[in-house]
Write a protein that binds this ligand. Structure first.
Ligand SMILES: [Fe+2]
Length: 248
């Protein structure tokens, strides 16, 4: 063993470098996510250009959707991305999107939708989904109090139905709902057939049941307008089977 060299400076513990915690990434915001911003703009345009058919309640609802979206755009809300998730019905999504191109006013929205689809979380929205429905539908929110684009008093999303689906009768408590057909053809309450560009308004409590055509899927945009507590607490429940009310 060598004797310590008196010339050697005493060894000191290596200087510890304090660990730096990297700053958390700032939350994504609508105006820094162009694909999402364009999608919201497309929804705004659909609620500006879709004909109201002379209906005052429809015109009022469309204005409410536009005003809420306009305020939301100005506030540059956070986008709370969820875990992307698919459901079995998404196997029909490619066909629904293909069919949704070339339908005039709605084509541009479908094209914008394709850009955000990989980030969407497709859900059933019911605690118990009947087996017959599990492979036949799913929805994904785009805007709403639970995200992804945060908005307290409006929910916007898309719902996809497989061909030959009967979506059972249901109603929404305290929420005014509209559907704009983006692809396929549907009937509500057997009272009419709605093709791309058509809008259906369901007032709060209005019982409705959707059916889709035999060989093609259907893709609808939905808007729910209502108080934040109702939008947050909205639990999807099918109504008891009873004869659907026919739309006036
Ligand atoms: Fe509905």
């Amino acid at each position: 063993m060598n004797a310590p060299n008196p010339q050697t400076p005493p060894q000191t513990a290596p200087e510890t470098v304090p660990e730096t915690v990297p700053d958390a990434a700032p939350p994504a915001r609508l105006l820094t996510q162009p694909d999402w911003q364009y999608m919201v703009q497309e929804v705004f345009d659909l609620y500006r250009t879709t004909p109201a058919g002379g209906s005052t309640p429809i015109r009022r609802h469309m204005r409410q959707v536009r005003e809420t979206l306009s305020k939301m755009l100005q506030s540059n809300p956070e986008i709370a991305f969820g875990q992307p998730e698919q459901k079995p019905v998404c196997a029909h999504l490619g066909r629904a999107l293909d069919n949704g191109m070339g339908n005039g006013r709605t084509t541009s929205a479908v094209r914008a939708l394709t850009k955000i689809i990989p980030a969407l979380t497709w859900l059933y929205g019911y605690r118990k989904v009947p087996k017959s429905l599990a492979g036949r539908y799913a929805f994904a929110d785009i805007v709403g109090p639970l995200g992804p684009v945060m908005c307290e008093n409006l929910t916007i999303g898309v719902v996809l139905f497989a061909p030959r689906t009967v979506y059972p009768q249901h109603a929404h408590d305290g929420i005014t709902e509209s559907y704009i057909c983006l692809s396929g053809a549907i009937s509500e309450n057997n009272a009419g057939v709605y093709v791309p560009g058509s809008l259906i308004l369901n007032q709060p409590g209005h019982e409705h049941r959707i059916t889709t055509q035999d060989r093609e899927p259907a893709l609808l945009l939905y808007a729910w307008a209502g108080p934040p507590d109702k939008l947050r607490a909205q639990e999807m429940k099918f109504s008891r089977p009873r004869k659907p009310r026919v739309m006036p």
